[in-house]
Design a protein around this ligand. Structure first.
Ligand code: SF4
Ligand code: SF4
Length: 204
């Protein structure tokens, strides 16, 4: 890079520096710590400063952003957790780095297996965030989370997620992935309506 390149680079820095003051006046000081201000600084045609002051400010992640998986439960009428996972083990089989462990529940009286996990662990330091577990789950029971702030100093105490850490309500799923949730919810309702119509047709 010659002297021209250095001058050009410094010119761009100076332009952004000066524009920052101008845009701050236009925004009347509301360009920091507000959602609109963060969105503006993250846009392609932004002017002035374009950085986000993490961790005080956080960029919004896209809906399809994926980090660590979580297990979805529906909230029953009596407030109990209706866990969608049937402990079929498909997610553990397809997981490329093999970081999922599941133990199926057993009926203590009959000794027969119950389609519900007794234990479910994900080693989040090994998870490579590929999302295959969520892709392959036939029960829409495991989905990819948006929470990326999981750094900790004790891997074994905090990074082997168990059921307590993995279970999150369907309302949370709907909040972070509204499009995917709606598609699945609509498909489920359509299927149920078809089943009900078939039952009604048989009774006639
Ligand atoms: S999360 Fe889905 S794929 Fe994994 S064990 Fe549960 S039901 Fe099966
Ligand atoms: S996101 Fe990929 S690596 Fe992580 S648990 Fe799921 S399948 Fe395994």
């Amino acid at each position: 890079m010659g002297i021209n390149g250095i001058v050009k680079g410094l010119g761009i820095t100076l332009k952004h520096f000066l524009e920052t003051y101008w845009v701050d006046i236009v925004y009347k000081g509301k360009r920091y710590g507000t959602e609109a201000g963060i969105d503006d600084r993250r846009s392609f045609d932004t002017k002035g400063i374009f950085t986000v002051q993490y961790p005080e400010e956080k960029s919004k992640v896209p809906e399809e952003f994926r980090y660590i998986p979580f297990l979805v439960y529906d909230e029953g009428e009596s407030g109990d957790k209706e866990i969608r996972c049937t402990s079929c083990g498909i997610c553990a089989k397809v997981c490329p780095p093999q970081c999922i462990w599941i133990t199926r529940s057993v009926n203590p009286e009959t000794g027969k297996p119950v389609p519900k996990p007794a234990k479910f662990f994900i080693d989040v330091d090994i998870c490579m965030n590929c999302g295959l577990c969520a892709e392959y789950c036939p029960f829409e029971a495991i989905r990819m989370d948006h929470d990326y702030e999981i750094a900790n100093i004790d891997r074994f105490a905090h990074h082997i997620y168990d059921l307590d850490k993995l279970l999150k309500p369907a309302s949370y799923y709907a909040e972070i992935r509204p499009t995917q949730f709606k598609e699945e919810d609509d498909a489920r309702k359509e299927k149920e309506a078809k089943k009900a119509a078939a039952r009604a047709a048989k009774e006639i």
